[in-house]
Design a protein around this ligand. Sequence first.
Ligand code: TEU
Length: 560
Amino acid sequence: MQTAGKKWWQERVVYQIYPRSFQDSPAPDGGPGDGIGDIPGIISRLDDIKALGAGIIWLSPVYLSPDADNGYDIADYRSIDPRYGTLADMDRLIAEAEKRDIKIIMDLVINHTSDEHEWFQKSRDRDGGYRDYYIWKPPKGRGARGSKGDLPNNWMSFFMEDAWTFDEKSGEYYLHLFHKKQPDLNYRNPKVIEEVKAILRFWLDRGIAGFRCDVINVLYKSSFADGRKGPLPGIEFYLCQEGNHEILRELRRDVLDKYDCFTVGETVMVDVEKAKLLCDESRKELDMLFYFEHLQVDRLIERYIPKKFRPGKLLKVLSKWQRGLEWNAVYLENHDQCRIVSHYGDGGGAYWEASAKLLAVLELTMRGTPFIYQGQEIGMTNFDFKGFGEVNDVETLNWNRLLKRFHIPARLRWKWLKESSRDNARTPVQWSAEPNAGFTTGKPWLGINGNYTKINYASQRGDDNSVLAFYKKMIGLRAENDVLKYGEFRPLGARGSVIAWQRVLGDEAWTVLLNFSPRAARAGSLLPTCGSVVVSNTSRTAITETLLPYEAVVLKSITQ
Ligand code: TEU
């Protein structure tokens, strides 16, 4: 069932900011910046975000963090990391955004904290009152410390390492489904849930309009037995457990429902059935969620090992989710994914611009709340890094080690990882053709793509034909046409490189046709019999049977 909602978070478009790569501000004494984006930098860009047409900002973590996983390891949920600014800066950001009618949601990372969080430090002491905030298990004693025989069970982390690390001080292992500096909280302990509620209130009371909830479907561990053999042994004991659903309902009932806010959950390994249990409106858990399947239609294993891209497969996956969920979180990029124009478009080729615009059409004609990732609106491409020396991301480096263990040759490892590394999305935003792309006056924390002199915000801002102008147009069109927001999604099918769907509301039907190919292609039976062109990434005013390379066109017709 697709319900028509008209809630503010369904009407608006979200813009995701990955703060460290967004905009660095000069040092307080006017000297060079520290090369890391910050909150004052974000404030200086609010007018640009407004001009794009976004009405919500999702801010990736800005909390105090030792940075083992770029801020997704939080050492204090109530303070801002000094690199990003102060709590006063955060309050100013909220106020300045509000002046422009922009709401802000924050990242809520509650599956784990940093090992440097006070709770974890106290938890290492068996009698410190915090022991059961985390998951501690004794060694099995069959082998040396850290060896398989000594670990409490056979679980693996999402970062492809053992999920247990031994703590000398307390003589036991702790569980971490991610990095060893990200110990998992123990959600069987009601005190932990109360702590989370207090954190939610803290930010909601400051004017935050909701949360993007990190890995929100693995909170509750129902058993600590050995898991079935497979890529992630143990996942059957922590993926979407009933205890997890209960926690989400409790947070909603006791806190979130008392504010005008929304949540978008980031979920791992969900299918439509599991997703519905997390975000169907009647369940009162999440308002919408992110899944990964549509970004992996050309991936054999996880995001890393590639296979051929088939547009028809993409449409199939998109249709399944579009029709399966009441409301979707629609996204093509985030800080964990490669750049979409380098993925499903022609990032490094002659059709960079056409394909970036085609992808804008794809995203903004889907049903759901669109999330645009910083730089996507100017068609930023994958990092042009030359070797592992330039890689910062812990996940990429771990996968490299893993693939090496499986004797995958270095050349192939680099080929795969360079296309899929999370760092592709994390290079600084290319604001201008000035040194360091106008991102910083210091030394940027991660390399800047050499193509910044060609692809940058300043040059696109004044150009009516730019990718940026096209995004603005698409966002405006969505704002003005309920059919794009709430219309029913009907797939029309695929024909080679061309895919098509319709959005239907009342007597209006909008048909979307996309050609995912550097060659012209015939739309054939996918062409509607009538309709006027409302969107085109070429200068087309009437439809013909042949679509140009990476052409995107939207036709509007009135049904009788
Ligand atoms: O990512 C969750 C997650 O499941 C990742 O493993 C993700 O699937 C992977 O990076 C894609 O390759 C979230 C955050 O978005 C990510 O940045 C964090 O590293 C992770 O949680 C741990 O907090």
